[in-house]
Design a protein around this ligand. Structure first.
Ligand code: NAD
Length: 481
């Protein structure tokens, strides 16, 4: 049984009122641990500790080279503890080991190495101003104390995407993982300590929405980098308006996948299956709305539903498992209610549509579900489900498909399937999305920005964009007279 604490400054402590919360294994519903439920006083203490860490000589005077090596050590320790970290992600989140071992943990280490390189390359620039005899230059300055609030679907990776660039640019942070999945983040913070992060530079508070709220509303926090639902992102934007703190919001998605008339249908079926069902559809970039030429709908539907039905559902520890559980009973009920609404609103259920019983009945397993004849106004076509539900939407011509693909409040990712080079290069320009994948799964790489437009968020993470997100330019004018 796990029992985790808060990290405030250099101390691992219980919540100030002794409060705890519980975390469960979604594969069988069993209690696996307790974590400290932070109070407002704990949030205050974490902010004060982060401010002291930010201003400390140990951090302020750490050379870029030393900072780079610190991030590299964190990456090495992630690799060294890979088996344990992957096991924690599978236990707490439910991720199949094929995801946690092969993707989540190596990607977290890769992100730290990527930003280790940035620590020595935070260059400014000279500005050619027209005022006589001036030397004017810009330098990048860290923001100060950054609150990093993460969701439950990829806890380790999303913490790494925020933490690595925040540290490379010289900020101090307070991490706040999701209440459903705190364990891998607690371990990551232990690793940061082991790697030699100075006291107060990385702090950890755990707990539910109230803890996130207290962090967002705190006047001592300079920046909130948030990944999570659109509704909470909107609330953060409203709250942050009071002190105009810097915010970055990575929110929900409802990705369209347009299968062009010339596409290789078998390749599109395989790619879309993986794009839709990666981590059991609990991925913000999951493909969810499949625009298929009317003449190809029957073939696409029968092939993708047969392939979905054949996927092995099971506990994440089983190396054969492709589809693990949903994260919680609450989330399973949410997915089931979307499936019920699809049926009520007239979509044709082709396969799936129910919770898995038998020996998996205690876990939160849901069969991959394929609907066809889905129309644009149905709830399952408009709202983010965040589960294994695929909606097939027939179209008659490509202009119509693009208009319908764009008629969403979201704009995180989109996919296009075509064999034609001109289509591959010209359609992405017509799609409203932060990232467009052509004949490709929704992949993530530290070198490419990630983020959305519309209700999918504000700002970009990864690549050089995270360096902009975590720094402020400062101009200096020197009078040379
Ligand atoms: P959520 O918004 O419910 O919670 C996310 C985090 O915010 C948790 O740590 C939670 O405790 C905290 N929180 C909740 N209410 C808060 C409040 N009022 N103020 C401050 N913090 C608060 O999201 P979730 O259910 O954990 O995650 C699923 C959502 O995350 C989906 O919508 C998904 O699309 C989105 N997501 C987006 C991306 C992306 O990069 N765009 C990546 C992963 C997940």
């Amino acid at each position: 049984m796990y029992a985790t604490q808060l990290l405030i400054g250099d101390q691992w402590v219980d919540s100030s009122d002794g409060g705890t919360n519980e975390t469960f294994n979604p594969a069988n519903g069993e209690l696996i641990g307790f974590f400290a439920e932070a109070t407002t006083a704990d949030v205050d203490a974490a902010v004060a500790a982060a401010r002291a860490g930010f201003e400390s000589d140990a951090w302020q005077s750490m050379s870029p080279d030393a900072k780079g090596r610190l991030l590299w050590r964190i990456a090495d320790l992630i690799d060294r503890n890979a088996v344990e970290l992957a096991a924690l992600e599978t236990l707490d989140q439910g991720q199949p080991t094929t995801v946690s071992t092969a993707i989540s943990v190596p990607l977290a280490a890769q992100v730290f190495r990527y930003y280790a390189g940035y620590a020595t390359k935070l260059e400014g620039k000279l500005s050619p101003v027209s005022i006589p005899r001036q030397l004017t230059y810009q330098r990048r300055t860290p923001l100060g104390v950054c609150g990093l609030i993460t969701p439950w679907n990829f806890p380790l990776d999303i913490a790494a995407w925020k933490l690595a660039p925040a540290l490379a640019t010289g900020n101090a942070v307070i991490l706040k993982p999701a209440e459903q999945t705190p364990l891998s983040t607690v371990r990551l913070v232990e690793i940061c300590r082991e790697a030699g992060v100075p006291n107060g530079v990385v702090n950890l508070i755990t707990g539910g929405p109230q803890v996130g709220k207290a962090l967002v509303g705190h006047r001592g926090v300079d920046c909130i980098s948030f990944t999570g639902s659109t509704a909470v992102g909107q609330e953060i934007a409203r709250t942050s308006a009071t002190d105009l703190k810097r915010i970055g919001l990575e929110l929900g998605g409802k990705a369209p996948s347009i299968i062009c008339a010339d596409a290789d249908i078998d390749a599109a079926v395989q790619g879309n299956l993986k794009g839709a069902l990666f981590n059991t559809g609990q991925a913000c970039g999951a493909f969810t709305r499949f625009f298929v030429p009317r003449s190809k709908v029957d073939e696409f539907t029968s092939k993708i539903s047969a392939a979905a039905d054949a996927l092995k559902i099971g506990h994440g520890y089983d190396p054969e498992t492709i589809l693990g559980p949903l994260v919680s009973e609450e989330h399973l009920n949410r997915v089931a209610s979307y499936v019920a609404s699809g049926k009520e609103q007239g979509a044709q259920l082709v396969s799936g549509g129910e919770r898995v019983g038998g020996e998996l009945q205690n876990g939160y397993f849901f069969r991959p579900t394929v609907f066809t004849e889905v129309t644009d106004k149905m709830k399952i076509a408009r709202e983010e489900i965040f589960g294994p539900v695929l909606s097939i939407m027939p179209y008659d011509d490509i202009d119509e498909a693009i208009t319908r693909a764009n008629s969403t409040d979201y704009g995180l990712v989109a996919a296009i399937w075509t064999k034609d080079l001109v289509t591959a290069h010209s359609l992405p320009q017509r799609i409203k999305a932060g990232t467009v994948f052509v004949n490709q799964l929704p992949l993530i790489d530290p070198g490419a920005p990630w983020g959305g437009v519309g209700l999918s968020g504000l700002g970009r993470e990864l690549g050089s964009y995270s360096i902009d997100e975590f720094t402020e330019p400062q101009s200096v004018f020197i009078n040379l007279d």
